[in-house]
Design a protein around this ligand. Structure first.
Ligand SMILES: [Zn+2]
Length: 185
C-alpha cells in the first residue's frame, strides 16, 4: 500500500489563495447540505456530491439506519444513483463518468468507500480535513469547521437508532473553537 498514486496530498495550507477556492466551497456546501439532510433523518451526518464538468453529477448521504444496511454510506448511495441498470442499459452513463469526476465529501471516506472510489477510477476528492489520503488525490481544508460542527451536533443528541440509547442531556455542543462561514443554529 505504498504506491505513488496514494501519496499525493495537498494540505489545507493557504487554501484561500487557491484559484478554485470558491468552486470548492460551493460544492462542499452542497455536500454539507446532504449531511444536514442525513442529520434531520437521525443518520450519522455524512454527505457528498460528485462533480462532473463543473456540474453536480449525483448526490448522496448516509442512509445506514433507513436501509438497515451498513454499506449505504453517502459515497456508495451517490454512485448507485448513476450506475443503475437503466442508466447503463440506455447508455446514459458509463462507469467511466467517474474517471473525470471529483468527489466532495464531508468526512474522510472509510476503507470500503475508498476502495470503491478507486475501483471506479475517481481521481479527485475534496474533503474537510487534510489527513493522509486513502484515495488518489485529496484536497482538504474546505469547510473544515462546518463539517466538524455537523458531526458534533449529531453526537450530542440522542441516537434513537442505538440499541440502548444513552441520555445525552448533559452534553454541550461546543462551537467556540470553530469558525463557521454562515451562522448556524
Ligand atoms: Zn464509507
Amino acid at each position: 500500500m505504498s504506491t505513488q498514486e496514494e501519496t499525493q496530498l495537498t494540505l489545507p495550507i493557504d487554501i484561500k489563495n487557491d484559484p478554485e477556492y470558491n468552486t470548492h466551497i460551493k460544492f462542499m456546501k452542497e455536500a454539507l447540505n446532504m449531511a444536514e439532510e442525513a442529520y434531520q433523518e437521525d443518520e450519522v451526518p455524512v454527505g457528498c456530491v460528485f462533480v462532473h464538468n463543473g456540474e453536480i453529477l449525483c448526490r448522496g448521504r448516509n442512509k445506514t439506519n433507513e436501509t438497515k444496511n451498513g454499506t449505504t454510506h453517502a459515497e456508495l448511495v451517490a454512485i448507485d444513483t448513476i450506475l443503475t441498470n437503466e442508466n447503463i442499459s440506455q447508455r446514459k452513463y458509463t462507469p467511466d463518468v467517474f474517471k473525470n469526476s471529483d468527489l466532495y465529501v464531508t468526512v474522510e471516506p472509510c476503507i470500503m468507500c475508498a476502495s470503491a472510489l478507486r475501483q471506479i477510477g475517481l481521481e479527485g476528492v475534496g474533503r474537510p480535513d487534510g489527513r493522509s489520503p486513502p484515495v488518489p488525490i485529496t484536497v482538504g481544508g474546505y469547510c473544515h469547521d462546518e463539517a466538524i460542527y455537523m458531526l458534533r451536533k449529531f453526537y450530542v443528541k440522542e441516537n434513537v437508532n442505538a440499541p440502548n440509547p444513552k441520555k445525552k442531556a448533559n452534553r454541550i455542543l461546543k462551537t467556540n473553537d470553530l469558525v463557521l462561514e454562515d451562522s448556524q443554529d
